[in-house]
Every structure is written in C-alpha cells, then in structure tokens.
Design a protein around this ligand. Structure first.
Ligand SMILES: NC(=O)c1ccc[n+]([C@@H]2O[C@H](COP(=O)([O-])OP(=O)(O)OC[C@H]3O[C@@H](n4cnc5c(N)ncnc54)[C@H](OP(=O)(O)O)[C@@H]3O)[C@@H](O)[C@H]2O)c1
Length: 333
C-alpha cells in the first residue's frame, strides 16, 4: 500500500502556528457531466485534508488514493497504481463496470443519497400520474381543439409494476401506494416489503408484467437486465399499457417500443434515459406523439447532499470500517 504523503497544509498567509498538520489524501474527480465547480468546494470544505485533483490534471498517478467518477475513460482507473477505492458519482455503476481494464482488486461503492431517492420518486409519481390521468390523450385533444371527457379509473383500480425493488424502487413504490395505486415490485431475490411479497427472479417476471398497466423500470443495468424491455416482455403487458423508463437506456430495445406503440400494444412511454445520450437529433422519439422525452434528469446527483455521503465512505475506508453501498462486480450492481 502506498503510504500517505504527510504534509503541512498551507494556511494561506495566516498565522503559521495555526497551520494544521495533517495527512493529505488525493482524490481524482472525473465526470463527463458534473461540473467540478459544484463539487470541489463541497469536498474540500468538509474534508480539508483531501486534495481534489480534476481530470486531466492527474499529477503523479501514484499519488491518487480515491477516484470519484462518472463514465471514466476506459483504462483511467487502471492507470492509478495505488488506488484504494472507486466512488461512483451516480447510483448506477454500469458506467464504471463497462471498463475492460477496471482494476479487479479495488472496491467500488455507488451513491445512495436520500435526496436523489426523493427526486426519483417525484419523477416516477409525476409520470405515473400523467399516464394514469391520460395526459397524452388530453394534450392531443388540446392540439386538435377537442373538448371531450375520457373514461377515467381511480388510482386504486390502476395496477403499477416496478422493475427493481432496491433503494429507488421501494421508495417509489411506497409513494405510489400512498397515492392509492395498486403497486407490485420485482427484484432478483425474494423479499417482503411493507408486508407484501415482491415478485422475484426470471420465473416471476411474466406475472409482474401481466398485471402492470403502467410499468416503471428502476433496475440497474447489468448483463441480465440489458435489453429486458423488448418485444417479448412488452407483449406480456396488458394491451394498452404504458412504460416509464428512468433507469438506463440499455434496458430498452428502442425499435421494439416503437413497434409496440405502432400496434397499440403500448399506449405511451415516458423515457428519461436512452441508448445514445444526448438523444440524437432526428430520433423518432423526439416527435412521437405517444412518447415523452426528458434528458436524463429523473434524479440528478446533488453535491450538497452527496458530498457528505461520499466522504463518509472515504472515512470508513481510512478507519477500516465496512463501506456503505459496496458493489458486487459479479452481480453488476
Ligand atoms: N435516470 C436517473 O436520473 C437515475 C438516477 C439514479 C439511478 N438511476 C438508475 O436506477 C438504478 C437503480 O438504482 P437503485 O439505487 O434502486 O439500485 P439498487 O438499490 O441496487 O436496487 C436494484 C434492484 O434491482 C434488482 N435487480 C438487479 N438485478 C436484477 C435481475 N437480474 N433481476 C431482477 N431484479 C434485479 C435488485 O434485486 P435485489 O433486491 O434482489 O438485489 C434490486 O431490487 C441505478 O442502477 C441507475 O441505473 C437512474
């Protein structure tokens, strides 16, 4: 293990006797979407002994202890020989695990921030209510100047299925149930949430799909969940069902969704994530009358709340305490 560099932190011209003596750790920040200006002040204010370096200003790669990343370049993490811990800037880690050179012996943690969880549940509630209350139809009627009342169910009569029974799926499910929806969840392993058994494993997926008038995807993207929203699974939904995908674009076979919308098997879709982001100009989703597009904003990382959570894991590592939200690379989440 590379030893910490012991330094005297400079006190910027103030009383030198007040200079704290400390152990400096170096963290490399690399994100293709998050601004360093939003992160560096939060991190250094809360942990002054942490030197934050912003990619590509890596300095000596051997001095980097921690990497805080979103979609790091393949090989970047492998180029840091004394890396102790990889911290994801998001709840998902598919953007890290896809690196073929990812160092196998360095632990990886993901971000679970109650602020983000609340944001995701707001997004899911908004979109489920939009589909439940036939907002796509009323938008179309407004465009055509049509005043017509459509038959409307109550939330208690609307069955919602959530793929993913983790931090996000459980919270969204609880809040949708509080709105009155008839909610069921699906996960990998059997579990009971709020006294209700979740559907679990591949064998119970058809049952979950068969009851889901509105299907919400909140799964991690792994080898097993890649392209899980395809012609076969969409065909198992009740005719006229609607989809909300707020997880990853890789879950959805986009052409299969377009075909399901064209045939009437699906009545609408709300998509926050896409195979190619930003969604390319001219993509059929942009102007599709039954598709709502949002630009991967369902639950953005929020530095003021996320920074303390990230630093807690660094402190845990330094103290030899168990890490929170450690990823199992074999499972992919
Ligand atoms: N659009 C956005 O802005 C945004 C923001 C944040 C997160 N996300 C996405 O949301 C995903 C979920 O986040 P989370 O915090 O809820 O993750 P999590 O707590 O790890 O939960 C994942 C859930 O998926 C289930 N699962 C995993 N593999 C499965 C499989 N093969 N079959 C069935 N179920 C499977 C897990 O089952 P078990 O319970 O049995 O383990 C668990 O219930 C993230 O990975 C990320 O991609 C998107």
């Amino acid at each position: 293990m590379w030893p910490h560099r012991v330094i005297v932190l400079m006190n910027q011209g103030k009383n030198p006797t007040a200079c704290p003596e400390g152990v400096l750790m170096a963290l490399l920040f690399r994100s293709s979407v998050d601004s360093e200006a939003r992160w560096k002040p939060q991190l250094t204010r809360l942990m002054p002994e942490l030197e934050v370096r912003i990619w590509p200003e890596v300095g000596d790669p051997a001095e980097i202890d921690y990497a805080l990343v979103w979609r790091p370049e393949p090989g970047l993490l492998a180029s840091l020989p004394n890396l102790k811990l990889i911290l994801s800037l998001g709840a998902g880690v598919d953007h890290i695990l896809c690196d073929p050179e990812l160092p196998a012996n360095v632990p990886l943690v993901r971000l679970v921030d109650p602020y983000m969880t609340d944001a995701m549940s707001e997004y899911v509630a908004l979109q489920v209510l939009r589909l439940h209350r036939q907002d796509l139809d009323y938008r179309a009627q407004q465009d055509a100047g049509i005043w017509r009342e459509l038959d409307q169910k109550n939330a208690a009569e609307r069955r919602v299925g959530i793929l993913g029974a983790g931090a996000l799926g459980q919270d969204a499910g609880r809040k949708l149930a509080a709105l009155g929806f008839d909610v069921a969840l699906w996960g990998r392993s059997p579990k009971t949430i709020n006294g209700k058994a979740c559907h679990a494993g591949a064998a119970e997926l058809p049952a979950l799909l068969g009851r889901s008038e509105i299907l919400v995807c909140l799964l991690p993207l792994t080898d097993r969940t890649q392209a899980i929203l395809n012609a076969g699974t969409l065909a198992l939904l009740p005719r006229g069902a609607a989809l909300v995908n707020a997880a990853r674009g890789g879950h959805l076979v986009e052409e299969d969704l377009l075909a399901a919308l064209a045939s009437g098997q699906l009545s609408g879709a709300v998509l926050d994530v896409f195979r190619d982001e930003p969604l390319p100009a001219g993509h059929p989703f942009w102007r599709h009358p039954r598709v709502v597009v949002t630009p991967h904003v369902a639950a953005a990382t929020h530095p003021p709340t996320a920074a303390p959570i990230i630093l807690d894991n660094i402190r845990r590592f330094e103290a030899g305490r168990p890490l929170l939200n450690r990823v199992d690379p074999a499972q992919g989440y």
